[in-house]
Design a protein around this ligand. Sequence first.
Ligand SMILES: *[C@@H]1O[C@H](CO)[C@@H](O)[C@H](O)[C@H]1NC(C)=O
Ligand SMILES: *[C@@H]1O[C@H](CO)[C@@H](O)[C@H](O)[C@H]1NC(C)=O
Ligand SMILES: *[C@@H]1O[C@H](CO)[C@@H](O)[C@H](O)[C@H]1NC(C)=O
Ligand SMILES: *[C@@H]1O[C@H](CO)[C@@H](O)[C@H](O)[C@H]1NC(C)=O
Ligand SMILES: *[C@@H]1O[C@H](CO)[C@@H](O)[C@H](O)[C@H]1NC(C)=O
Length: 755
Amino acid sequence: MHPLLSLSVFGLLLLPVALMLVEDSPLESVPHRSVPYQSNNTLLFREEGVFDYSTMLLREDLDLLVVGARGEVFALNLTDVTKKISSAKWEVSKQQVSECKRKGKNEETDCKNYIRVLHKREDGRMYVCGTNAFDPECHYMSFSDGKLTLQKKAEDGKGKCPFDPFQRHASIMIENDLYSATSMNFLGSEPVLMRSAPSSIRTEIKSSWLYDPNFVSMAWMPESKQSEDGDDDKVYLFFSETAVEYDCYRKLVVSRVARVCKGDLGGERTLQKRWTSFLKARLDCPIPGYRLPFIIQDSYRWCDSSRHWKDCIFYAVFTPQSEISDISAVCAYRMSDISKVFSEGKYKTPASVETSFIKWVIFSGEVPVPRPGACINNEARKMGINQTLQLPDRTLQFIRDKPLMDQAIEPIGGVPVLSRRGAKFTQIIVNQVQALDGEKYNVMFIGTDQGTLLKAFRYSDGEMIIIEEVQLFSSPQPVKILQFSNKTGQIYAGSDVGVVQLSPANCERSSTCKGCVSARDPYCGWDSNKGKCVSLSGSQSTLIQNMNGNSFDCKDEPAEPSPRTISLGEKVELNCPSLSNLAKLLWMKDDHELQYSPQNGPLILNGLANDAGLYRCFSVEKNKTGEHRTLVASYQVSIDSKRSDKTGVTSVPQPQSSSASHTGLICVIIFLACCILLLLTWMSCKSRLRLLWDGMKGKKDEQQQTPDQEAKQPSEPLVAKTLNNHNSAGGDSAETDAQTVHLSSMQFIDDESSV
Ligand SMILES: *[C@@H]1O[C@H](CO)[C@@H](O)[C@H](O)[C@H]1NC(C)=O
Ligand SMILES: *[C@@H]1O[C@H](CO)[C@@H](O)[C@H](O)[C@H]1NC(C)=O
Ligand SMILES: *[C@@H]1O[C@H](CO)[C@@H](O)[C@H](O)[C@H]1NC(C)=O
Ligand SMILES: *[C@@H]1O[C@H](CO)[C@@H](O)[C@H](O)[C@H]1NC(C)=O
Ligand SMILES: *[C@@H]1O[C@H](CO)[C@@H](O)[C@H](O)[C@H]1NC(C)=O
């Protein structure tokens, strides 16, 4: 018994420590504010019977948001997506459906036309591709006189658009050239990264190039701009694939970034019509405590237009490779780090170990010149090589066999920017905003598979702050696409059920100065004149903002404690709105902490004579160095013993119902007391009778004590509760204490006797 006892005591001591660890772990990041679904959170566009709003094209030049859904393309008003301007249906014919069914596909899901590719061309027209019942096709589409029109002549969509609507793909259009990463065949087994005609070029069909890939996104980098070595522009592809380089007993998936040069024309004999510049590297996002690599799901290129392209940052979201874990993460990569690995890094090479086993090792031999995978640059031009067709075979053979770099690309700081348990991250966009302190913050907007949008940023001291998590759709639908327009300054999100539009700021969600400031939202500040939380960008007045979350500049609110007069025995609630999910409430009465006060929700007073006093409610939030308290509400409570319940007490929420229930409670107590009294009398009479008969005197005391205790029990919790609430001491309290001591000592004796 003793070791057990000490063990449990030890456990009890450890419990708070364990809880603290969990609380402090960055994986448990709690958003300051959770915003449930409300129709006024966003502007929503959806059309009855149309699903999968997963492709978007911003046409800021036309003030349009063009959205590709299943069987239809919509042109929506960019400033208000609820306004449909035009739409074009593109459905599959009956014959195509039966052909698709004949090949064993599902009529209701697979054999529809899912719009997957949507780009703007330089002539202002658009290029749109759909899965077209497992037979991908592309069309030109124009918008004129307020009408969206698909031009009749269809082009083959093989290699541009997936056959399978549930397979991931990526594409980008640069100077009318479509770069696409998808599967080229019906089975979805022939992955390809290609640039379409006229100078069509693609990847080799080799597992060392692409091995069961999941394409995620593509981005363009203007690397020829002010390039000292006459470099070319590049296209980057983010994806995940089965790793060739690990000799594991089971398939291991890794995240990758690959890139090709815009001017690549392929080789003359070796690598004819194949990329001569396809290089790839592993992309790491290490999460402490997890060994298996995390899998990339989306990436976003963020560039400061006033700075060099090497200062661009890629933000990417990752999810675990096993279903067991529910952690998602965001890692950020410097463009200069990515570029360096490709332009200076070592290569990996396959080497046969023993008989048939292939191991990928670092290549330590002599690297041919021009450097394999490099774009045509001044160095190559000096050698008389003006285009990739002129590259020597040695360089081409090298890159054909060794497209994988040895070095992996590490995130900025070596760790994720954000990691969190819960809904899986699916999409990300990043927007920079300058706060009043002059600091610029890169705010991330992260879509999840539960239809929520997280708004988060990293504070200068490294602290991760999740400002809010907003439910975008009425049902938990995965966010399939996110876009940001810097013309309207709005965010657009698409899911299976619709398109929503929202502002990145949403300051009006805070209704008090303290709530506004402690939210630590770099977009928002408190306008004291208007008494509103407003967006910095839309305001000319001086605003209150403190990125530390300290709201001591907010002087306007509860300056004067609001007076409350309550009658004896009247139950009232003192309200205290919570400023944040992260904050705990603390109540003080006349400079003493109320020990048993609620950590959220209102404080309930039961109208006792000693309830009078000054009540103050603080929102307590922990920061790195300690905690800060913010006064949220204060009340001066006085007790009016003369007034009855009915003479109108001001500003008490639901006085009628609470006093009614109070009266009800009293009735019940009186009734119970009567019952017990009756029972008691009956029992004591009965016992006396029995005593008379038995003539046994010793048992008398004990038997009388039992009903005594029973009689006290119903009223005891009530007394204890009111005492707890008010933290006052008195004769009653002493009595209860005595009783408790008595009971526990009895129990203790009982225990001893059983040993
Ligand atoms: C949205 O609607 C809810 C109730 O439906 C309301 O309480 C809230 O103030 C509204 N928010 C805005 C920003 O209008
Ligand atoms: C979009 O809506 C705004 C106002 O909601 C209007 O001023 C504008 O003209 C509309 N744009 C188009 C292209 O219809
Ligand atoms: C490459 O281009 C330079 C000038 O741009 C020209 O002088 C040279 O002849 C070209 N070389 C080849 C092999 O085409
Ligand atoms: C949008 O951003 C680009 C660069 O990212 C910038 O050149 C352009 O001026 C911005 N447009 C507006 C309307 O702010
Ligand atoms: C934490 O709160 C204290 C008290 O308000 C404040 O002085 C300190 O600057 C805060 N620290 C950080 C890192 O925000």
